[in-house]
Design a protein around this ligand. Structure first.
Ligand code: HEC
Ligand code: HEC
Length: 207
């Protein structure tokens, strides 16, 4: 129980520091508009191949965001913070991503954000499988592995679109709780970009 009160103290402190900096004063709707371009704004690119790669590059503002990458680590250990530092305490993936029996994610992460202590939460909180690692990879590399059924959980491209657009664990990135910077735009706008990318041939930007 002593380890638990230790991290509570630390995370309360970091949440307070971030809020004091006033990073969250801009209304959410305005921020969403400015931070992620809409599908329509790519209409002037006549060539479908170029448009497709440009749409994915825009979606990459979300994909490469720490709110996503922290859960798609290259090792067994999730990441934390905007700098993607290794998770403290040093938890491990375990067989299904929920942690190891001695220290499961749900020991700390509950079914919802716990704002009083700056602890994120969701009923499906777990780390992505190793095959879906994004940490340290370029957007072109992530694009290629997203299209590969051997690496993307056997998904067709339509299922990738649905997952990005509708999955509530993905959606957590836009409602990450107090003191945590959300992913740019909205999940709907991001989903539309990914859908338009698939419709234009799912072209990947250069690796
Ligand atoms: C002993 C408690 C504890 C356990 C167990 C734990 N975490 Fe955490 N985790 C935390 C705390 C506290 C934070 C918030 C730290 C911060 O953001 O400064 C956090 C933050 C995170 C973040 C950062 C989210 C973001 O982008 O801001 C991820 C990802 C994460 N945990 C994943 C996991 C996963 C996956 C597991 C299980 C394998 C797990 N954690 C187990 C305490 C824990
Ligand atoms: C709390 C951890 C967590 C967060 C945050 C998270 N993911 Fe994931 N992600 C997972 C897990 C676990 C899986 C595996 C689920 C499955 O296959 O059903 C996954 C799988 C995926 C997949 C399936 C295909 C593949 O190759 O990766 C996509 C796409 C994806 N996530 C996108 C995102 C995006 C985009 C974000 C940020 C907006 C995000 N995720 C944030 C844990 C997370």
């Amino acid at each position: 129980m002593s380890a638990r009160s230790g991290w509570l103290a630390v995370s309360t402190l970091s949440a307070a520091t971030v809020c004091a900096a006033g990073a969250f004063d801009v209304p959410a709707a305005d921020r969403a508009q400015a931070d992620l371009r809409s599908v329509e704004s790519f209409a002037q690119i006549a060539d479908a191949t170029q448009r497709s790669a440009a749409l994915f590059t825009e979606a990459g503002k979300v994909i490469l965001h720490p709110r996503c990458v922290n859960c798609h680590p290259a090792t067994d250990r999730p990441l934390q913070g905007d700098g993607g530092q290794p998770h403290e305490p040093p938890v491990r993936r375990g067989k299904y991503g929920h942690g190891v029996p001695a220290l499961r994610c749900a020991t700390c992460h509950t079914t919802a954000n716990y704002d009083a202590v700056g602890l994120p939460g969701h009923s499906g909180w777990r780390v992505a499988p190793a095959a879906m690692a994004w940490e340290g990879r370029s957007l072109g590399q992530i694009c290629a592995q997203l299209k590969d059924p051997a690496k993307n959980g056997g998904r067709k491209l339509s299922a990738i679109v649905e997952h990005m657009r509708d999955d509530s664990l993905v959606g957590w990135a836009w409602a990450p709780g107090a003191g945590r910077r959300p992913a740019p735009g909205t999940q709907a706008r991001f989903g539309a970009l990914v859908e338009a990318w698939v419709k234009t041939g799912a072209v990947c930007p250069a690796p």
